[in-house]
Design a protein around this ligand. Sequence first.
Ligand SMILES: *[C@@H]1O[C@H](CO)[C@@H](O)[C@H](O)[C@H]1NC(C)=O
Ligand SMILES: *[C@@H]1O[C@H](CO)[C@@H](O)[C@H](O)[C@H]1NC(C)=O
Ligand SMILES: *[C@@H]1O[C@H](CO)[C@@H](O)[C@H](O)[C@H]1NC(C)=O
Ligand SMILES: *[C@@H]1O[C@H](CO)[C@@H](O)[C@H](O)[C@H]1NC(C)=O
Ligand SMILES: *[C@@H]1O[C@H](CO)[C@@H](O)[C@H](O)[C@H]1NC(C)=O
Ligand SMILES: *[C@@H]1O[C@H](CO)[C@@H](O)[C@H](O)[C@H]1NC(C)=O
Length: 696
Amino acid sequence: MQTSLLLMALYLSIPGGTQAFKPLISGGGSVTHRDITQRAVLRKTAEVCRALAAAQGRDFSLPIDDSLSIIKLQKACSADSSSSSLVSTILFQSAIVKMYLSNALVDMAFALSKAHHFDGETFQGGRALITAGVSEVKASVKRGSFLLARLALGRVCHTLQDFYSHSNWVEMGNRQPYSTLIRPDLQLVNLAGPSTPTCRSCMGGNCTDNILPEVLQLGLLTSGYFNLFSSNKPAGKCSHGGSFDRTSGRDPEGGINKDDVGSSHGHLHHTAADVAVNATMELLEDIRGAAGDKDFLRLMGITQSSVLCFVIDTTGSMSDDITEAKRVSFSIIDSKRGTQQEPSSYILVPFNDPGFGPLITTTNADIFKQRINALTASGGGDIPELCLSGLQLALTAAPPSSEIFVFTDAPAKDTALKSTVTALIESTKSVVTFMLTDNLRSSRRRRRRSMGGASAIWPSKGGASNRMAQSDAQLYHDLAQASGGQAIEVTKEDLHRATSVIEDASAAAQVTVLQEVRSPGKAENFSFTVDESMRNLNAYITGGSLSFTLTSPSGVSQSNSEASGPLGTIQTVGNLHRVSLTTHNNTGLWEISLNSLESYSLKVIGQSSVNFGYHFVEAFGGAHGDFGLKEGRPLTGDNITLLVSVTGGDSVTVTAVALVEALGSGSEVNGTLQSLGSGDFLVTVARVPQGRLWCV
Ligand SMILES: *[C@@H]1O[C@H](CO)[C@@H](O)[C@H](O)[C@H]1NC(C)=O
Ligand SMILES: *[C@@H]1O[C@H](CO)[C@@H](O)[C@H](O)[C@H]1NC(C)=O
Ligand SMILES: *[C@@H]1O[C@H](CO)[C@@H](O)[C@H](O)[C@H]1NC(C)=O
Ligand SMILES: *[C@@H]1O[C@H](CO)[C@@H](O)[C@H](O)[C@H]1NC(C)=O
Ligand SMILES: *[C@@H]1O[C@H](CO)[C@@H](O)[C@H](O)[C@H]1NC(C)=O
Ligand SMILES: *[C@@H]1O[C@H](CO)[C@@H](O)[C@H](O)[C@H]1NC(C)=O
């Protein structure tokens, strides 16, 4: 399976070495921030699904405890829980991964900030970070910025969870969360004063009883001091402990952290982790209260649906296209209303010249219908329009991995935005497909017929056709290619036959099976494997003057000239060939033999609950030698680490992960795999190959 993976540039370099529950990887049966976050998210999400099920009179029989898994919960939460329904956990899993990678990043980005880790008795500072972070999460949810909300939530969870490892809360016998940390209306009380001694030296390396008995009796809250570079700490105060903490060598020696089972207070590691899970659930409940159940489930990524996002040229010649955009969006909205595949929000960006926007983003299908209905084609000045400005706005507003459809018949005026738009495509992993109507190729053909070979004449402004030269269309081809989308060139009359790709894209549990681009084109054979989990396969072959033959696993062939054949139906419209494969006996190795000298793209999609997502992560040194979310893109030739999340349940085993060059040689670099459990793998690739990459 492949998904677009576009790379290159920029490494973060941050001092490592703070101490906390380990972020992702633990040895010896210890619990990580990842485990704590995932356990809390699964349990709280299950509670919300159970409440919604009860309200709708549905059954929810899943026990809510640590036996919950992502796939079990995703199934139990879907309204259509018949065993045959396709569920994909990719959004849910990816949301959890984002939260815990952002959580882990706190160890890297704020390594030396005491407040982020409740080190050195910074209780006011730590609590202030939590309350500010929670406000940020709530505000982002309200704006529909679920990605930003998840990243903020991950950071808040880190600080909250560290409290239970770094303070003496559990040593004082507490087994419930310290709610004051998430309640700005309550006072932090019983804090040990700045000159109150809190610890004594450990006895022969055994730190079990190093907190002073009077501190525990009086219920004074304290936490360990930590410093990588200096052994200074206030007199009589506890240290964090561990070999990286210079303060723990100074009297009182030793530490009190519970980061893992081997820590100074490792005997309380599991107790602290369990309370941290419940504290994280309490925080999630607070966010649920502000967001409401529906948005809470969107924040967690368990709501299946995607966005419907259109960017539409509204200049004078576009009225047919606008009519078609209305028709197809209405059809999608009406057929999915009330189902699990109902889009969670709708985005519309009109553009024109000299203006673009406004951005219309709504969760209400009827409002979207009204706004798209109100679009009219008019004006335009000279021919080029502000297409990339409109697209940029859509890419910024849409959640990551959205499918964005652009309708235009004119070249872009704002070509200077190409690199900005490409970078946005790479960072959001969104897929952009262009519906280009009446380009030079189709109009020239028509002209030859009607004018007996006269050379193409540029029409005056407002002419119904021939607004875009092939060189202008190339920009759209490049952007489509960079995103894993297509640039479909079609006449205005035929547009309605090409928009089935928009309806295909709105199906549930969509996966990309194969994706290839050749520019310039050449004769080549491609193969892809279809497994039992795959349904409703469609192949899109986009390009001019091409021929192809498809061969099934059992050796049956069908060429592009057979519109209806043994393997399925082939619909040709403009430069798009859409092949719908028949659903029976198609598991195994397929082949497509393609021949064209013009550039082409090939994409095979289907529906399956088996899929994967990935994030770049960065190793950081220091006490934990662990990983956090990496910003920016890796450099060609460098080694990189990816966190790959495979969804689809227990039937799936991962045997290899490789990075493959998408353009050019197709050379492959294999990665080494390390399982983290729950379908997550760390994949280390020794050398990033050149050029644009896809991940198989
Ligand atoms: C450390 O001391 C406590 C009592 O103070 C004792 O229960 C425990 O077994 C000791 N641990 C080790 C490893 O000696
Ligand atoms: C956490 O909460 C659950 C109920 O939600 C409870 O059963 C469990 O004992 C709590 N854990 C701790 C360590 O208090
Ligand atoms: C594709 O495969 C066919 C038969 O399997 C073979 O005849 C043809 O030469 C191959 N084409 C290329 C470009 O490799
Ligand atoms: C389906 O499988 C049967 C037997 O394996 C084979 O005879 C038939 O040609 C296959 N049909 C297609 C369309 O591949
Ligand atoms: C990966 O690259 C980094 C920085 O370029 C280097 O320090 C590290 O040793 C490399 N790791 C491996 C396993 O090659
Ligand atoms: C990568 O791994 C696959 C499967 O294990 C193997 O077939 C292939 O030869 C390997 N490629 C390289 C370049 O090592």
